[in-house]
Design a protein around this ligand. Structure first.
Ligand code: ATR
Length: 282
């Protein structure tokens, strides 16, 4: 007799209580009429290797990986998907039939899919963009934008050498490091600016950016989603620019992960977004 237990997946982080992933995946599980579950797993950094190694024995279909485990997880899986290798971080681990772990990264997909859904007229080809920040989120956004066919990508970061390291690691002549002081002046050159820093997050200072320098029709993408409407996005809307919030990226990065865990591609991205908005009290 085979044990056809319902599929279980989860999110592994430290801390993890704040994660919106369980709400989102359970919303889709219920909506698609699937059994199975999705749980939050609080795993300390020193236990990451043991937790990942235990997934096959526990019968997990896979897990999402969140702060602070995304980069260490990339070194602990048996196989790395090429996109995860380029980003240098894993946000999804899939347990294959033989019990081996594949590390994937769906953040780049999430970044771009949400941008395309929110601004259907936006085109990467021939365009330029400015990324603010040089952490893991910036890396995923950079890979997404370069793969989409962007002409020029500027990366401005408070610590300039980190921007330079990211531009070097991308190993692409279209990627240019810039200094933090140049960030407003660079708005004249780009049709998209994306904030991947923690500035503007609840409890953090606001992001100071001179949006009046951006041409009409410009897109301002803030991956911060707490609060959902950051000062940056409010200012962008006030100036008639196109504002894109960070919650959609969270929803869209979860779509391929859900499909890999449960074998069904969830159709209800817009409904999941509304569900999470309500959960955030927006
Ligand atoms: P993640 O991997 O989630 O993107 P991270 O690696 O902690 O997060 O990166 C946070 C980003 O916010 C970095 O680009 C950081 O700049 P530094 O590389 O100079 O640290 C940026 N950041 C955080 N606080 C900032 C501040 N007060 N002013 C400017 N940038 C800030």
């Amino acid at each position: 007799m085979t044990d056809r237990a319902p599929l279980v997946a989860g999110v592994l982080g430290w801390p993890v209580a704040h994660s919106l992933s369980p709400r989102m995946h359970r919303f889709w599980l219920a909506g698609e009429g699937l059994g199975g579950d999705y749980v939050a797993l609080a795993v300390r950094p020193q236990n990451l290797a043991a937790a990942l190694a235990a997934l096959p024995a526990l019968g997990f279909a896979g897990v999402n990986i969140t702060v602070p485990h995304k980069e260490p997880a990339a070194r602990l899986v048996h196989r790395l998907h090429p996109v995860a290798r380029r980003i240098g971080a894993v946000n999804t681990v899939i347990v294959d039939k033989r019990g081996r772990l594949e590390g994937r990264n769906t953040d780049a997909h999430g970044f771009l899919a949400h941008l395309q859904a929110a601004v259907p007229a936006w085109r990467a080809e021939g365009g330029a963009a400015l990324l603010l920040g040089a952490g893991g989120a910036a890396r995923a956004a950079a890979v997404a934008l370069l793969d989409a066919g962007l002409d020029r990508l500027y990366i401005a970061n408070r610590t300039r050498e980190r921007a330079e390291r990211l531009a070097d690691a991308l190993d692409d002549p279209r990627a240019h490091a810039a200094s933090w002081q140049e960030r407003s002046a660079l708005l004249k050159e780009v049709a998209l600016v994306a904030n991947t820093t923690t500035l503007g997050m609840a409890g953090e200072p606001p992001l100071d950016l001179e949006l009046s320098l951006m041409a009409p029709g410009g897109v301002v993408y803030d991956i911060v989603y707490k609060p959902l409407e950051t000062d940056l996005l409010r200012q962008a809307r006030r100036r008639g620019l196109v504002a894109v919030d960070g919650l959609g990226m969270l929803v869209h990065q979860a779509v391929p992960a859900f499909e890999a865990f449960y074998g069904v591609r969830p159709q209800a991205a817009a409904e999941a977004y509304a569900h999470l908005r309500a959960a955030l009290g927006a």
